[in-house]
Design a protein around this ligand. Structure first.
Ligand code: MN
Length: 418
């Protein structure tokens, strides 16, 4: 597929993240206005609440867009998602006879504050990257062997929806318990091994009632879209608490997502197969669909006061072993209900070489091999004031599907009264 031309001329360049081919869904406000649904196009945001109020767009009688989330749309069937996308594409396309009516409802992105694009109903985080799982084994247990279940189950843990925040939200370094291997007692205080995890978040649309199950193919059709996701991780807290349950507090202090939901529809030209199965999957996980996507991913670190960010990592979502559809089908197979707004973290995305590792624990090999930033400073983990940014882009023929960045600055730990 090639670039689709829009009358919004800033959407027609090869490097805008928001061409007509993309049309990602977000929530925005200007000044003191109430947050509402918007669609990014070039360097503008289309005010969906205003379009709906004027009768220029319609999904149902209740209205779906004068809200600070896209959940009402996610709850509609996939045919309604396709119709909405078709209507938006037609009204923004070059030569559209709706241009004069729609143009007054474009707001410059530069003037907009972006908010959480959805109400996260529940949050689950997986561990579906093979290189990451092998690295973690080598670092933490001295062996790169995968856990015995890994090639059979997309393993994960139930996280906290309350921890998920939009890009740009500052994160306090968490306090918690940690214990050095040679210490008699645990101590309490700010994490000293604060880390990121480069992930993609899949957003579920529709629902699976408790007790019902879905196939991988049905699950694939239920994925509304994707966001970049940074699963901030306190490795020292995690390492002490997770024996044998967890992660718990080491992951519960913040999870950042990018502000735009890139729809599965926009990503269709970029579908990629899961890698060859090293062990045959059980029938309920078996599928022939190409469940991954060719999405280039980056991680950048910028210390406080530095004028530039250093790129730490460049990898690709197609490196994963399990797809979001496989994870969703697995999630529901035991009877767990799933609902619109469910967020599924992919697991850390790491490629085969250190320049593709998706966490600092891997980059610095648990602090044994600190890395150097463009400023000359070295790092093993995150220091207070560091800003970490994730980027993502699918590259088409003369166009780019972007996510907007997923960024967060680490603030000092909150002082706990003695
Ligand atoms: Mn994670």
């Amino acid at each position: 597929m090639s670039l689709m031309k829009s009358w919004v001329t800033s959407a027609n360049s090869a490097d805008t993240p928001f061409p007509l081919n993309n049309l990602p869904y977000g929530v925005f406000s200007v000044g003191e206005e109430e947050p509402r649904c918007g669609v990014a196009i070039g360097d503008m945001v289309l005010d969906m609440a205003a379009l709906e109020a004027e009768g220029l767009i319609f999904v149902d009688d209740e209205g779906a867009f004068d809200l600070p989330c896209w959940n009402e749309v996610m709850e509609l069937p996939p045919e309604a998602w396709a119709k909405l996308r078709g209507d938006l594409t037609a009204m923004l396309a070059e030569g559209s006879d709706q241009q004069a009516a729609v143009e007054p409802h474009l707001v410059p992105l530069a003037d907009a504050t972006l908010h959480m694009p959805l109400m996260v109903s529940e949050y689950t985080d997986f561990y579906a990257g093979m290189q990451h799982a092998k690295n973690m084994g080598a670092i933490l247990r001295g062996s790169p062997d995968l856990p015995a279940n890994w090639l059979h189950i997309p393993i994960g843990y139930n996280g906290r929806a309350s921890s998920v925040v939009v890009s740009g939200t500052d994160i306090h370094r968490p306090n918690g318990q940690r214990k050095a291997p040679d210490a008699d007692m645990p101590s309490f205080g700010p994490s000293t091994r604060l880390d990121i995890e480069l992930e993609l978040g899949a957003i579920v649309g529709g629902s699976v009632p408790m007790g019902q199950t879905i196939t991988v193919d049905q699950a694939d059709a239920m994925i509304f879209g994707y966001v970049l996701l940074n699963d901030w991780s306190a490795r020292d807290i995690q390492g002490w608490e997770y024996q044998p349950l967890g992660p718990f507090q080491g992951k519960a202090f913040g999870t950042s997502i990018s502000p735009w939901i890139v729809t599965s529809a926009a990503l269709q030209p970029f579908r990629a197969p899961t890698p060859p199965r090293e062990k045959e999957l059980l029938p309920y996980l078996d599928s022939t669909i190409d469940g991954l996507y060719d999405i280039e991913l980056g991680v950048f670190m910028q210390p406080a006061g530095a004028s530039t960010a250093t790129q730490l990592t460049k990898t690709n979502y197609s490196r994963m072993y399990y797809s979001a559809a496989e994870q969703l089908a697995h999630h529901a197979i035991g009877g767990c209900g799933m609902s619109a707004g469910d967020l599924l973290g992919s697991g850390t995305i790491s490629g085969p070489t250190p320049d593709e590792y998706g966490s600092l624990l891997e980059k610095s090999w648990a602090g044994r091999e600190p890395f150097t930033l463009d400023t000359g400073e070295t790092r093993s983990f995150i220091e207070d004031g560091d800003t970490l940014t994730l980027t993502g882009a699918a590259k088409g023929d003369g166009y780019t599907i972007g996510f907007g960045s997923c960024t967060g600055t680490i603030l000092p730990a909150i002082k706990i009264p003695a």
